[in-house]
Design a protein. Structure first.
Length: 594
């Protein structure tokens, strides 16, 4: 497995060396993660996760993450710095760090398949994993956000559910869930489902009490330790979006109750079900009574912020609200994984592995159902499908290989593997109709080009020609801007930054006369826009005659003083003049600056 992983590492680092060299951190969260690591290495407090370069006029804002994922990145930077310098150390640390949790994921899936399919089936599982496009992207070089580590924890959780050693399996599930929750709450539904599966196994077979006993202790103890070591100062409050005292109380109560149930020895299966249901009711009732503020969205955002921003985040939409070409390759493997797990459960119905396969089938079905809530569940749903798909391939492919006809052996087995592994989805993808967008709107290709152009290092570094200042720009530009340039920004796409996000949207969609008051509140000295960037299409569609709509039509007020940029720069930059009067409504058009 390590040799396989090293091969992937070498290939990935060679294939993505351009991204590494140009520090192509494609996601806002990856940029913010690097800024968090930089703050730690620069002496920022261990429990202080405030980002002071976003909205500095308001003292910055808190990030709801923890330091756990910062550690391997920081360690790699410190290790490489004496040999290649700080700049290159950062780049190669960002390139290699995401591949570390990939090794953990491979370990978890390899163990699961060895235990449930066959001792030599694990290479097949790794091949299927490499075809999980949504999953593998979470481990690509420069993808330094925490999703890869949470997927690794989920892979270990599955391995724990498949472990025949009850104590070791319970500890694996409990500790991996505790680590995942300490990193972030994105996998909370999966952690809850894993706990429910362990409880159901105890209900079905009272002899499985040892697994639940160790799981309860590991979950409660591991979560308490994670909170003590990694919960930021801001997460000491009774918030709902991280492992705060709210969720720590819930997790510890759940672990304690499961441990207490494991000490009982009821012989009747229905009695065990009643006890488990009573424990679950106590947890739910306590949560409702003690933490009513968390009964809604965990982000606890205002209705306006939800309507304006959070509800429109693409990855937070269900899979059926995305183009077919986007959803099809994500959904194929989960369907295959469910079928494979069900077939494996039926084939193992007279053995001890049946319970483990039933647990994995239930887990995979749950993950697939999560796609109907948010498409961001795609990486987890694909990864959890690997054991079922491997079991199906281990059953179907040998049947073709045993045929007497050479054509059936060669082509039949190849086609069968492409089908049961889901790899055929990539082959048919080019033939599926592309999303051309709605008539009258900017096409997705043009938006993608603008997004890429304005994230590149060269045009961003050109902004350093002006003295350090606070730049008023789009929400999604904030993290990249502060990572590459010496300038500060106003907002980033993080819900605890809600007031600043609303201010940016109000400034761009409202009248031009209201912009300067908002910019002044944040002490912005310049206005920076990236025409046709995805976020700007929202401004234009919501308020065609708003401030950004006027800028797009080159109706620039006099109090915006153009700043010359290189000819091919994708940006437009103005100095905000607070000493000039408002421009009349019928202001003449100004040609775009080039």
């Amino acid at each position: 497995m390590l040799l396989f992983w090293l091969g992937v590492v070498v290939w990935y680092l060679w294939q993505r060396q351009g991204n590494i060299n140009w520090l192509v951190l494609g996601d806002t969260d990856d940029n913010m993660r690097l800024m968090q690591v930089r703050g730690l290495l620069a002496g920022q407090g261990w429990y202080d996760l405030r980002q002071y370069r976003l909205d500095p006029a308001m003292g910055g804002f808190d990030i709801h993450w923890s330091r756990i994922v910062d550690l391997p990145i920081a360690a790699l930077i410190l290790l490489l710095k004496p040999f290649v310098g700080t700049v290159m150390a950062e780049k190669w640390a960002c390139g290699f760090a995401p591949l570390i949790p990939l090794a953990v994921t491979m370990t978890g899936l390899g163990l699961t398949v060895r235990r449930l399919v066959a001792p030599h089936a694990w290479p097949l599982a790794l091949i299927v994993l490499m075809g999980c496009t949504s999953t593998i992207l979470m481990y690509a070089p420069m993808r330094i956000d925490h999703h890869g580590w949470q997927l690794a924890c989920l892979a270990l959780t599955v391995a724990g559910l498949a472990d025949t050693s009850r104590a070791r399996g319970g500890a694996t599930v409990g500790l991996s869930s505790a680590l995942s929750l300490s990193i972030g709450l994105e996998m909370l539904p999966y952690c809850a489902m894993a706990g429910a599966i362990i409880a159901l196994r105890w209900v079905w077979d009272g002899g499985d009490a040892r697994r639940m006993q160790v799981y309860g202790l590991s979950l409660a103890g591991g979560s308490a330790l994670g909170f003590a070591l990694f919960a930021s100062n801001a997460n000491q409050a009774m918030r709902c979006d991280a492992l705060t005292p709210v969720w720590l109380s819930v997790v510890m109560a759940a672990g304690t109750l499961l441990f207490a149930l494991s000490l009982l020895r009821p012989q009747n299966r229905w009695l065990r079900l009643a006890l488990a249901a009573a424990a679950g009711s106590v947890i739910v009732a306590g949560f409702v009574a003690l933490f009513p503020q968390c009964l809604g969205r965990p982000e606890q955002v205002s209705d306006e912020l939800a309507r304006t921003w959070l509800n429109n985040v693409r990855e937070a939409r269900p899979i059926y609200r995305h183009p077919f070409k986007t959803g099809f390759p994500i959904a194929v493997l989960p369907v295959i994984g469910i079928l494979g797990a069900l077939v494996a459960t039926w084939r193992a119905r007279r053995s001890e592995a049946a319970v483990a396969w039933a647990a994995i089938a239930l887990f995979t079905a749950f993950a697939a159902a999560m796609l109907l809530w948010q498409i961001r569940a795609g990486p987890a749903a694909q990864m959890l499908s690997v054991p079922g798909a491997t079991a199906l391939a281990w059953l179907v492919v040998p049947w073709f290989l045993a045929r007497s006809s050479m054509l059936v052996r060669v082509f039949g087995s190849a086609i069968a593997f492409l089908l049961v592994s889901g790899l055929f989805a990539g082959l048919v993808l080019p033939w599926l109709p592309a999303d051309k967008g709605k008539p009258g709107k900017i096409g997705p290709d043009k938006v993608a080009q603008a997004n890429a152009a304005c994230a590149r290092m060269t045009p961003l570094r050109q902004l350093d020609a002006i003295p350090r200042a606070i730049l008023f720009s789009h929400v999604d530009m904030g993290p990249r801007l502060i990572t590459i340039t010496h300038h500060d920004a106003i907002a980033g796409p993080y819900h605890r930054n809600g007031d600043a996000i609303l201010d940016v949207h109000h400034a761009f969609t409202g009248p031009a006369s209201g912009f300067r008051a908002i910019a002044a509140r944040h002490k912005a000295q310049y206005l920076l826009i990236c025409p046709d960037m995805a976020e700007t299409t929202v401004y234009r569609s919501r308020s065609p005659d708003g401030f950004y709509g006027q800028l797009h039509r080159n109706q620039v007020p006099r109090w915006l003083e153009p700043v010359e940029l290189p000819e091919k720069s994708p940006f437009r930059l103005w100095r905000i003049r607070y000493d000039l009067p408002e421009t009349p409504v019928n202001a003449p058009k100004v040609p775009p600056l080039r």
